[in-house]
Design a protein around this ligand. Structure first.
Ligand code: FAD
Ligand code: FMN
Length: 751
């Protein structure tokens, strides 16, 4: 095969090597615009976990790379005078120039034609090779030339960073966080050989401009950074190497191949340097592409398709982690000075979701014990409850106070419609469903959306609370839960324009074919084209709905509920006032957020007044509509502040379901960033919900301060004893109800 390879970075060189190892007959011409010993930047990092692939692909290269490695286990975080150390991470680093030298030598030894100082600007000048490799980095010419086929999307991120070097010796992968009058600066630093340390300085665009670094040049930047980091550098100098301030581009392509052209490494995809995976991804691409070509030597389209199919899931997963990590560094101001040092460290270490509380514990049990002790002591102070500190409980088993209510742990059973009521009356299904989840150990069990009037229901099967009879039926359930030591909250709601629909299993959101009741909303916009058109609410209708909420809150107290949650999410009545997608009013209830929130806040204040002062009120919101021009994160923060002012004690942060036009970005913990943001920016306790399913995630969220309570829905449908299982797996003793006391000496086996 005749191959023209653009780019002599890790992707191009390692692909050339991988091809020649498989078949020395391949003719590989590699063109690199730089000199052989030129390089931008300083060191590159690999985590221990990533080295296996490289070892298997080419043992001699692996041996040469590992001989050049500096290795370290610890991450050290310098934050407001504290130095926090977390061990067991396992990284290796080497100079980028050294890595390239090793790869160049190996490639040349295998017979790759290496041509340096040759920039390929015209791809046609390459003649007619069988394969053209676009390994030409982040500004790839190959990608640009065939943009119509690759369909690249490049997201230039706002932070500024510069890749510097220094002679400062460091024993760990080190993060420095430092504020000066211009703003907050972050440094990612690691020593990669006997004399050199990579020192990447990163900050927001605003801070960078205030410091006038946009006009400083390399020398000016170095002088500024040496002054700023004089204490950290301990007399060492910063070194220059044609460094420039950059913005990070997240590169994605719809396709990585077209005809005989294929993209690899940074040309195809980038992953932010804060997770140190760019070089690894580039080299893994090279291994996969060479493998795919060997498996289908006579069918290039099939080989290229197989390469992309193999690599895309792994690359996208790394890109998701890298994007979360990148966002953390874009938003560090949110945490700096707000979080105490242990929590700041936990937030930093778990930022990409790749490393959890569980992983940290395996890597460095002592560090996590300290973290858990710090968290437990805070929980004891916050709740006024006794919490053992030696050993401390896992974060999820610490108490949390809301007014007079003290939850024994941080796990919440999410509200879930059961569509099993008749005329709003809860049945034995609800008793068993909610009762078993209370026995299952969750700190708080929430009822499904419980409607405040018959015409406020989503479906004929929805539960309600509008009469003394309903309160009596609920009381039976509430008393059962509380008798098991559980706490139970009721979610009060009004379906608004999503009302009068079928039960879930007969067609969610589909209008009732018969027996539908009239529905109302802020504006006459049907949910689906075939849905009923809601009647726009006038003042009298609002008064009626508010009175229904107040009556339901009083009945909820009669029933003995511990907490009331107002449902202002998912496109139901109160949510549809909040979202500009569903609220098109031109009166004082539409337009600005303040206007759109007017009626929901009125309801909240009225409920707060009717509900006992010692009992908490929570509000569930959709923090984003996932629709351009819709309700979004900034609105969620502003709303949370308004809710706080109106007596809300905790915001239960969900997202979406406002309108069928939504395009949610689903994924693990996909709604948690919104809870984190509301918690820190509105200084409001939060619950987080959405694709949380492991105890590792729950503990990580809590200890990092992303939310105060973790709400699990489908995980609890699957396993009513989810909390008990989590306790057992962590060696934490959760007392059983008396009838199950026989379990005291019993050890379950799940496999
Ligand atoms: C600040 C920073 C820190 C980083 N830290 C790390 C880290 O610690 N660990 C890690 O794994 N990764 C790190 N990376 C990422 C890493 O550098 C890249 O992901 C990796 O180099 C990708 O390899 P590549 O071969 O695809 O691209 P590159 O290494 O960019 O190589 C592309 C090559 O193509 C050449 N080229 C481009 N156009 C042409 C042309 N028209 N003709 C001829 N030659 C051309 C370029 O000169 C270049 O040498 C970091 C990146 C940055 C910006
Ligand atoms: C069967 C079912 C019914 C639901 N009913 C409600 C509800 O009544 N009120 C509500 O706010 N959310 C409701 N939801 C949404 C969940 O509370 C939760 O926000 C969502 O399922 C995401 O959490 P998970 O990933 O843990 O399932 C329901 C979800 C399911 C699966």
């Amino acid at each position: 095969m005749r191959i023209a390879c653009l780019g002599g970075g890790p992707a191009g060189l390692y692909f050339a090597i991988s091809m020649k190892i498989r078949n020395p007959e391949h003719e590989v011409d590699l063109f690199e615009r730089n000199r052989a010993d030129d390089t931008f930047g300083w060191g590159v990092v690999f985590s221990d976990e990533t080295l296996g692939n490289i070892e298997a692909a080419d043992p001699p290269t692996f041996a040469a790379i590992t001989r050049a490695f500096a290795h370290w286990d610890d991450i050290e975080i310098h934050y407001r005078g504290a130095v926090l150390n977390s061990g067991g991470h396992g990284f290796s680093g080497l100079a980028r120039v050294k890595l390239l030298e090793i790869l160049q030598e190996r490639a040349a030894g295998l017979g790759v034609e290496l041509t340096f100082e040759t920039e390929i600007s015209d791809l046609d000048a390459l003649g007619e090779p069988d394969l053209v490799l676009g390994a030409d980095g982040v500004n790839s010419r190959v990608r640009e030339r065939f943009a119509a086929q690759f369909r690249p999307r490049i997201d230039w991120r706002p932070n500024r960073f510069i890749w510097l070097g220094t002679t400062l010796p460091l024993r760990a992968f080190t993060f420095f966080f430092k504020a000066d009058p211009h703003g907050l600066w972050r440094v990612h630093a690691y020593q990669f050989d006997a004399e050199h340390t990579t020192f990447i300085v990163e900050t927001t665009e605003g801070t960078w401009r205030r410091a006038e670094l946009d006009e400083a040049g390399e020398d000016g930047t170095i002088a500024f950074c040496e002054r700023l980091f004089a204490d950290e550098l301990r007399g060492h100098r910063l070194l220059k190497n044609k460094a420039v301030w950059r913005q990070f581009p997240i590169v994605r392509n719809e396709s990585w191949h077209d005809g005989r052209h294929v993209l690899l490494g940074d040309a195809a995809h980038t992953a932010h340097f804060s997770i140190g995976s760019g070089t690894k991804l580039a080299m893994e691409d090279a291994i996969a592409l060479a493998g795919a070509l060997a498996r289908a030597p006579d069918d290039l389209p099939a080989a290229l398709a197989a390469y992309e199919a193999e690599r895309r899931p792994a690359v996208e997963s790394t890109q998701r982690a890298a994007a979360a990590s990148l966002r953390w560094f874009e938003e560090t101001e949110r945490y700096f000075g707000v979080l105490e040092p242990p929590q700041f460290a936990a937030s930093l270490l778990t930022r990409s979701l790749r490393i959890t509380h569980e992983n940290l514990k395996l890597r460095d049990p002592e560090f996590v014990a300290g973290l858990d002790r710090w968290f437990a002591a805070g929980a004891a102070r916050q709740s006024g409850a006794k919490v053992p500190l030696d050993p401390p409980p896992p974060p999820m088993f610490t108490p949390f106070r809301l007014r007079d209510l003290v939850l024994p742990n941080r796990v919440v059973v999410s509200p879930m419609c059961m569509y099993s009521a008749a005329d709003g009356m809860p049945t034995d299904w609800h008793l068993v469903h909610l009762g078993s989840r209370a026995v299952g150990g969750a700190g708080l069990v929430m009822t499904e959306m419980t409607d405040v009037a018959p015409e406020a229901r989503i479906s004929p099967g929805c539960a309600g609370l509008w009469s003394a009879e309903h309160a009596r039926a609920w009381r039976r359930i509430v008393q059962f839960v509380q008798a098991q030591g559980g706490r139970i909250g009721v979610q009060l709601g009004h379906a608004g324009r999503k009302g009068a629909t079928r039960v879930m299993w007969e067609g969610i959101d589909e209008p009732l074919p018969e027996g539908a009741w009239p529905i109302e909303a802020p504006s006459p916009i049907p949910y689906l084209p075939q849905s009923q058109v809601p009647v726009p609410m006038d003042r009298a209708a609002m008064e009626r709905a508010k009175a229904d909420f107040v009556r339901a809150a009083r009945l909820a107290d009669e029933a003995g509920f511990d907490l009331v949650e107002l449902h202002m999410a998912h496109g139901y009545l109160l949510a549809s006032f909040l979202s500009p997608i569903t609220n098109r009013r031109e009166d004082e209830y539409g337009g600005s957020l303040e206007n759109r929130a007017r009626f929901p806040l009125e309801v909240l204040r009225a409920v707060r007044e009717a509900w006992p002062a010692g009992k908490p009120v929570s509000v569930r919101i959709s923090a984003t509509d996932w629709i351009p021009g819709g309700f979004d994160g900034d609105d969620a923060v502003a709303l949370a502040r308004l809710l706080k002012g109106a007596g809300c004690d905790i915001v239960d942060v969900s997202t979406g379901q406002t309108d069928p036009a939504a395009r949610p970005e689903y994924g693990r913990l996909y709604q948690t960033p919104y809870a984190d943001r509301v918690r820190h920016e509105a200084a409001m306790p939060t619950m987080t919900v959405g694709n949380i399913s492991s105890r590792a995630d729950v503990n990580s969220i809590l200890v990092a301060g992303r939310a105060d309570l973790c709400v699990l829905a489908r995980a609890h449908l699957w396993d009513p004893y989810w909390t008990r299982h989590a306790a057992f797996e962590q060696g934490y003793a959760l007392p059983w109800p008396n009838p199950y006391c026989a379990l005291a000496g019993y050890t379950p086996r799940f496999q």
